[in-house]
Design a binder for this molecule. Structure first.
Ligand SMILES: [Fe+2]
Length: 290
């Protein structure tokens, strides 16, 4: 079976669906599950954005596509319905840029570990600390990041997974990555020591994360191979780059990956057609019928 993984989406929820629709069509494959590694940008309204999400949204109109999913105008409804006729709904874990109170309220109301967050059922949130079967794999989900404050890892969810027996999880999905995976521009070591301990304890065959917005891996920890994904749609420009880096708002190489569960082969998708999924206002229906 085949699983697609999607890096940080930051509100570009239609780009993510378009990318997996094209992945399936251009590769001539059938996806059995789609998993997103957090920072979907799951806020119920722009008023609930955190400050950095609001700042990026001003220059990146597609970062409010998640709101179009919540109250879809007819073209979005058509596009999402066409997409969901072809690919499975997306399972996602919490990043540090979501409305965590809103997501918790959806779980409370449904008394369920996995809940759809939009009326068309395109995205399903998995609460931290749960193991869900997807494409025949036991997939554990642990969102957020290791940092003091409200974005910190959920202590009880972390403890629950740390108490699970080694070998009981096939794939671990986290938002933060393992400590030591990379360095930032100032040379600070990136990643979470707690997640490194969890990987070394659980020893899943595969670990996939996001948060740092660049591809990283393969990294090996015992029998685990770990990868991090790029941000799905990079900013138009950054303060570090003199030239615009993504004015067309195209999906980035390395932000999507594909796993064949039979062989264990994991591949970053870098195909040229990824650039066809772009723009400030994505025509998902057009992509899904092309
Ligand atoms: Fe992010």
């Amino acid at each position: 079976m085949k699983i697609a993984f999607i890096g940080d989406v930051h509100g570009c929820a239609l780009h993510a669906l378009g990318a997996v629709v094209l992945l399936q069509a251009r590769r001539g494959i059938r996806l059995d599950a789609v998993i997103q590694v957090g920072d979907l940008g799951a806020y119920p309204s722009p008023e609930r954005f955190d400050e950095s999400s609001r700042r990026f949204w001003r220059e990146h109109p597609a970062q409010d596509d998640f709101f179009r999913l919540l109250d879809p105008p007819p073209p979005v409804t058509e596009g999402v319905r066409l997409a969901l006729g072809q690919v499975p709904p997306v399972l996602f874990v919490s990043g540090n840029h979501e409305d965590h109170d809103w997501l918790a309220s959806l779980h409370d109301a449904a008394s369920a570990a996995v809940v759809p967050v939009d009326p068309l059922g395109a995205y399903h949130h998995v609460a931290c600390g749960n193991v869900v079967e997807a494409a025949g794999q036991r997939v554990a989900f642990l969102g957020l990041i290791e940092v003091p404050g409200k974005m910190d890892l959920d202590g009880s969810a972390y403890a629950r997974l740390l108490a699970a027996d080694p070998g009981t999880v096939d794939i671990l999905i986290t938002h933060d990555g393992p400590y030591g995976m990379s360095q930032d521009r100032r040379g600070n070591v990136q990643g979470s020591a707690k997640l490194l301990d969890l990987i070394e304890h659980l020893q899943p065959r595969l670990h996939v994360s996001g948060h740092y917005h660049h591809p990283n891996g393969p990294r090996r920890y015992g029998r685990t191979t770990s990868y991090a994904l790029a941000q799905l749609v990079q900013p138009k420009a950054t303060r570090w780059d003199p030239e615009p880096i993504n004015p067309e708002q195209r999906v980035a190489a390395g932000s999507i990956a594909l796993l064949d569960t039979a062989t264990g082969d994991f591949e970053y998708v870098r195909d040229g057609w990824l650039a066809e999924v772009g723009g400030d206002s994505l025509d998902l229906a057009g992509l899904a019928t092309a």
